[in-house]
Design a protein. Structure first.
Length: 384
């Protein structure tokens, strides 16, 4: 929040938050009534009555909204539908957010926490709260509230994934190149998986090391083995080897990185967030959905792009610019990922549910004995 002296009116100070400006007069001069205008609002907000002692002046298409009782954690879009989840993940996987400073992200977190505590700063608009929540969701872990490392965020999937995948698809012919780029990819995936784990189930450094080594070995064995096996196969088949390696590694990397959840269970709650216990079956369901999403995320770019490149490389102009093939593939992978990252994340709700009848017998009996038939489903964060 910035506070500066208004350049045209000495009797007011200017409090700016994003696209809104609140003009507040010093006590004892002019008027004590704050006058708020939105100056760069991207979309109109719903007009609502002003609170006592707070007068709002309309500018352009926007009005200042009374935000008493605003629930910042309520989904902006219906998360029970694919389209609602797609809009949500397009919002939080926006790769432009990785360019923002930590100070800007921390400022958004402060605003989100203030809203949760029902102490919204004067002059704040609903649009600004939504934007702050977007930044918060893109950079802070939903379980711990801690700021995630930059490379592990889902908003970094497009720039990070496009570079690595593009080079994997370009340099697939020799074993050293396959080994190097599969190692880079699995290192990236391991960091993403660890960053987006369910933080309620801690994992030790030893378990992280075992998971990383196992997934990397699986990817390398698959890639090198298929690379040698497809030497006499049609060229297009060889181009699909990187995807086979990525898919196989994802099936190992994610469960291994989250093995603690599989062994000890994941925290499950009722509809209101009250913990009911830990469930291994819930963990298996959540991790399975994450694996499917990750493979789906990579599939279109790594399956369709080789077909496109094989056809393009037959043209004479492409044969003259071989040095541009790698950058071209990187850019085309980026186009796929811009759409596939949010689409793959949207396949399943992040707040997953499981019928009580499907839980482990001891947990099911515990819930039934305490709550009877009042609770039919449990809920948990499946991770990303």
């Amino acid at each position: 929040m910035l506070q500066i002296h208004h350049p045209r009116d000495p009797c007011v100070s200017v409090i700016g938050i994003g696209g809104a400006t609140c003009f507040r007069a010093p006590t004892g001069s002019c008027t004590d009534t704050p006058r708020c205008v939105t100056t760069a609002s991207r979309s109109p907000t719903r007009p609502t009555p002003s609170t006592p002692g707070h007068t709002c002046l309309e500018t352009g298409d926007s009005t200042m909204a009374a935000l008493n009782g605003f629930d910042i954690d309520a989904p902006r879009w219906d998360q029970s539908t694919f389209m609602g989840r797609l809009k949500h993940f397009f919002n939080i996987t926006d790769c432009r957010t990785v360019l923002l400073s930590n100070a800007k992200l921390d400022e958004a977190k402060v605003l989100v926490d203030s809203c949760r505590a029902s102490s919204i700063p004067p002059g704040t608009t609903e649009e600004q709260l939504h934007y702050a929540k977007k930044l918060y969701d893109s950079a802070f872990h939903p379980d711990t509230g801690d700021r995630m490392n930059l490379i592990g965020r889902m908003s970094f999937q497009v720039p990070g994934g496009m570079a690595i995948t593009g080079f994997m698809l370009q340099f697939y012919r020799t074993v050293p190149a396959v080994v190097f780029w599969q190692w880079v990819n699995q290192s990236f995936n391991a960091l993403v998986n660890y960053t987006n784990r369910n933080a309620a189930s801690p994992i030790t450094p030893k378990q992280i090391g075992v998971a990383y080594a196992t997934a990397t070995s699986t990817a390398l064995a698959t890639a090198v083995g298929l690379n040698l096996y497809t030497k006499k196969a049609p060229p297009l088949v060889a181009r699909w080897v990187p995807f086979a390696a990525v898919a196989a590694a994802n099936c190992v990397n994610i469960p291994m990185m989250r093995q603690q959840e599989i062994m000890n269970g994941i925290a499950v709650t009722d509809e209101n967030g009250n913990k009911l216990g830990d469930s291994r079956k819930a963990a298996v369901k959540g991790i399975t959905q994450v694996v499917i999403s990750r493979v789906t995320m990579a599939a279109p770019g790594m399956i369709i792009l080789p077909i496109i490149m094989q056809r393009l490389e037959k043209h004479r102009f492409m044969q003259k610019i071989t040095f541009l093939h790698a950058p071209l593939q990187v850019m085309m992978v980026g186009v796929f990922l811009i759409f596939m990252v949010p689409a793959a994340c949207s396949l399943f709700p992040q707040r997953c549910s499981l019928p009580v009848s499907k839980l482990e017998p001891e947990l099911r009996e515990s819930i039934v004995s305490q709550y009877g038939d009042a609770i039919t489903h449990v809920y948990f964060n499946k991770g990303l």
